[in-house]
Design a protein around this ligand. Structure first.
Ligand code: PMT
Length: 218
């Protein structure tokens, strides 16, 4: 039995990687599996929320009672989020959005150059979806994730302050990226809260309980 901690709340989440095409067969992406974001979407739905999940390219089943919008690129993810955000009370950015995309995707397959020769690909920075949502005049309660390979506390708290977020979930890439389990620390105005390491579904329920608690005190 899961208590309905988010009854009446509308949650919008992003999950998975984005894929930024370079040509019809290649692109820039990362190894996010979507498992953390999908677990969180499921935990929010179990807690009684109305849930919309904007998912990058992953091969995971849609959790029960969750509305799913599939996207490929960061620009598509941004558009889907901006379309749905007005109807959200809570936004959770779990996606590992590609920071850069090729300036131009080639219509045809790029031909291999001679062995040892260099191929230069010009890239441009993608918009930061979470920062944009957090700065909306009627912004929902925004939760960010930070995946770091070192200095987790410093980097996660810096991201929270830079994007003016009430809550950031910090994890090490070696703990959370692609795996079934995770180990996270929550960063908010009150300080750091370490959740017991475990399966992503258990971690997701812990994050939901923390969010519900913060919203109750608002
Ligand atoms: O998918 P899994 O295999 O289960 O792995 C889960 C995870 C490790 C990907 C996840 O737990 C996680 O940490 N996601 C955030 C990855 C990350 O490092 O994000 P970031 O530091 O690039 O961005 C910080 C925050 O801004 C994130 O909430 C991100 O969704 C958001 N962001 C970032 C860039 C961008 N262009 N738009 C964004 O919205």
């Amino acid at each position: 039995f899961q208590p309905k901690l988010l009854a009446g709340r509308r949650v919008l989440l992003t999950a998975g990687p984005t894929f930024e095409p370079l040509d019809p067969v290649r692109g820039l992406t990362n190894s996010s599996s979507g498992k953390m974001g999908f677990a969180l979407a499921r935990a929010c739905a179990e807690a009684g929320a109305e849930v919309t999940l904007v998912a990058g390219p992953v091969s995971l089943p849609t959790p029960a009672a969750v509305t799913r919008i599939d996207v490929q690129t960061a620009l598509e993810m941004r558009a889907a989020v901006l379309k749905s955000v007005a109807a959200a009370d809570i936004f959770i950015g779990v996606a590992a959005v590609a920071d850069y995309r090729p300036v131009q995707a080639s219509e045809h397959k790029i031909k291999k150059t001679a062995v040892g020769s260099a191929l230069t690909i010009e890239v441009t920075a993608n918009p930061d979806i979470l920062a944009e949502v957090a700065s909306l005049p009627a912004a929902p309660f925004c939760v960010g994730f930070a995946a770091e390979s070192q200095n987790l506390a410093d980097y996660a708290e810096s991201k929270r302050l830079a994007k003016k977020l009430p809550l950031v979930v910090g994890n090490l890439v070696q703990d959370g990226l692609g795996s079934d389990g995770n180990s996270v620390i929550l960063f908010d105005d009150a300080g750091q809260h370490k959740l017991t390491p475990g399966p992503k579904m258990e971690i997701a329920r812990g994050i939901v309980a923390h969010i519900a608690n913060m919203l109750e005190q608002d």
